[in-house]
Design a protein around this ligand. Sequence first.
Ligand code: SF4
Ligand code: SF4
Length: 360
Amino acid sequence: MDSRILFSSVNYDRYDADATLPAKFGRLVDRMGMRETVKDKWTVIKMHVGRAIGYTTIPPLFVKILVDKLKSYGSKVYITDQSIDEARARGFNEDFLGVPLVPACGVTGKYFYKREVSFKGLKNIDVAGNIQDAEVIIDLSHVKGHGACGYAGACKNIAMGCVTDRTRHQIHGLEGGIEWDEEACTHCELCVNSCNHSANRFDENGIYRVFYHHCTLCQHCVKVCPVSAMRMTANAYRDFQTGMAICTEEVLKVFKPGHVFFINFLLNITALCDCWGFSTPSLVPDIGVMASNDIVAIEKACLDAIKVENLIPSGVPQGLELGGEGHLMERLHGKNPFIQLEELEKRGLGTRKYYIEEVR
Ligand code: SF4
Ligand code: SF4
């Protein structure tokens, strides 16, 4: 059976607040039919609050609309992300949102539930304590590109955001390591300055060193190098997406059937993930918001809505040539983003077949 996708478009037909996206979003949340499920239960909203001077995460206004709806249904709500250190400075504060904002693995980062899997280097899925303790989860995702898997939406928000650093490291480890070309390197140190994890440095002999314990293999250093002196040693990006699907399955297993909801924002669809701490112009015009009970269907519907023919050239770094094959995100990052959907579907998490109901 095809899965239902609720969709509210950014398009408007008159100068009237009620015809704009926040008003439509409130109606879309009502249409999701969550009232009976969330009543008297703890509902966690998992989102990415972003970092530093990034300005393209989901605007707090929409989060507040969602929170208020859930509270009006009788739910006990809190919001979480892997790190909330910078949330307040970025406009996500408890005074405005009216509910607690907590780090997914607690203030020490050590609050999690262990699960074991076996897929190459992925052995431990450490489900964040503040995810597993909730009774209902709303996976609230900003849709954008991603250097490691082409596309980041609902699956990425769960797989990389509801677990410990150890699990994230293991998933990134599925991609392989970093190779440095001493001959090509000009020692500009852009790679060192771009690392958010203090994982790389030049030693006293000018040799590039990566501390893999800290390294998340996020590829920031690889991407910023102006002379392409670094590359990943293995083109195993398929394994990365498989790892994300395995992790998503393990995390979502902790919730009863029907207690998981997905909301994807197709606004400010940028080339890179929000963890970079900066924003670039949109790749395509804003589209709207989608919601579903089916993670595979919503990811497919979002990818389908991002059309290469709508590309806004300023969303791509100047001088970068897009590849000629596949989805816009594949042309940009060289990775087929549909693999994660196939892997999720294989695990019985949903279907790529969907139909759309518009909420105006
Ligand atoms: S960014 Fe590239 S050129 Fe610059 S120091 Fe790092 S490896 Fe060398
Ligand atoms: S891959 Fe990421 S974490 Fe590892 S050294 Fe490069 S920038 Fe740092």
